[in-house]
Write a protein of this length. Structure first.
Length: 131
């Protein structure tokens, strides 16, 4: 549930950071609620679309690709979007396109030293069933 505090926060970054904490804790519904708040402030930022894609990826929802493509249209230099889109496309059997995005991610971060923007990890899909 959102509290009085929530109504006073007008920073999209704050909402995205709260969503990120919930993602790390595997509290996906709460992450979704925080991202909705962030979307109400500004729905056209690359970072927001990356976080929405990360959440949808973990939920195994089809909107993942849409958010990644929107993110990359807003900021084609963010390697995280290319890397995650490569994973999504590869899982769908679209290897040629996945390879193009993987190459672009590597070109943008050749030493693979960057971990993305602070508080914005590249997600790993949820495991189905028992480990």
């Amino acid at each position: 549930n959102l509290t009085l505090f929530d109504r006073e926060v007008l920073s999209q970054t704050a909402w995205v950071n709260l969503a990120n904490i919930m993602l790390r804790e595997q509290r996906l519904e709460e992450a979704d609620a925080y991202l909705e708040r962030a979307t109400a402030i500004d729905h056209e930022t690359a970072d927001l679309h990356f976080h929405l894609a990360s959440l949808r990826f973990r939920q195994d929802r089809p909107e993942t690709e849409h958010h990644l493509r929107r993110m990359l249209s807003l900021d084609p230099t963010d390697f995280r979007g290319h890397l995650l889109l490569a994973r999504v496309l590869k899982a769908e059997g679209r290897s040629a396109e996945a390879n193009r995005h993987m190459r672009e991610a590597i070109r943008l971060d050749p030493g693979r030293t960057r971990r993305g923007r602070p508080g914005a990890p590249i997600p790993v899909p949820e495991r189905k069933g028992n480990p």
